[in-house]
Design a protein around this ligand. Structure first.
Ligand SMILES: Nc1nc2c(ncn2[C@@H]2O[C@H](COP(=O)(O)OP(=O)(O)OP(=O)(O)O)[C@@H](O)[C@H]2O)c(=O)[nH]1
Ligand SMILES: [Mg+2]
Length: 166
């Protein structure tokens, strides 16, 4: 069995830890605290008859582009960029992450773009269309997800896995 290493990156409060918890433990905590340390979730998945262990890392270092460890670019197999669709500054953050990836010459690393909190439709400020365009421009796989109601979370991670195995 092989394994893949994903890093979940995005602004403080975007829902990185909640998405990890939903995917790995199928749980959601409305009152979950901000991440101060480094966490890793492991989940065994099956894609096209192959079993893969996904090692998914979530760290306080991944909430700011400037604190992301450059050395991770050597080991990471895929990025999960998360934004909160109710945050009007969210797109700026994703552009910063993309800029970093380009500066480091790592544009070949497969990327997911997740618009999280899609259960909060009334508070949404980032349209689906603008996020789709962003994802197309930077060749990211895009999903609107909700860690709260579980919408598309599993599909998103499995899509990134399948992309890496293809
Ligand atoms: N309604 C709703 N709330 C969510 C969702 N995902 C996360 N939240 C809430 O948003 C807040 C922040 O979520 P976290 O998962 O802690 O976000 P984070 O990106 O890990 O934040 P840091 O660790 O501080 O960088 C928490 O109160 C969550 O309960 C979602 O899909 N829908
Ligand atoms: Mg967190």
């Amino acid at each position: 069995m092989c394994y893949l290493h994903f890093d979940i990156c995005g602004k403080k409060g975007a829902g990185k830890s909640s998405l990890l918890s939903r995917f790995v433990n199928n749980s959601f905590d409305e009152l979950c605290c901000e991440t101060n340390g480094i966490h890793m979730g492991v989940k065994k998945v099956s894609v096209d008859g192959r079993y893969i262990n996904l090692y998914i890392w979530d760290s306080y270092l991944y909430s700011k582009v400037d604190s992301y460890p450059i050395s991770n670019f050597k080991s990471v197999d895929g990025f999960v960029f998360v934004f909160d669709c109710t945050d009007e500054r969210a797109i700026e953050d994703i552009l910063e992450w993309q800029k970093k990836v380009e500066q480091e010459g790592q544009t070949h690393i497969p990327k997911l773009l997740l618009s999280n909190k899609c259960d909060m439709e009334c508070d949404r400020v980032i349209s689906r269309l603008s996020a789709v365009r962003l994802a197309e421009k930077y060749k990211m796989e895009f999903f609107e997800v909700s860690a709260k109601n579980s919408s598309q979370v599993e599909l998103a991670f499995l899509t990134l896995t399948a992309l890496l195995l293809s």
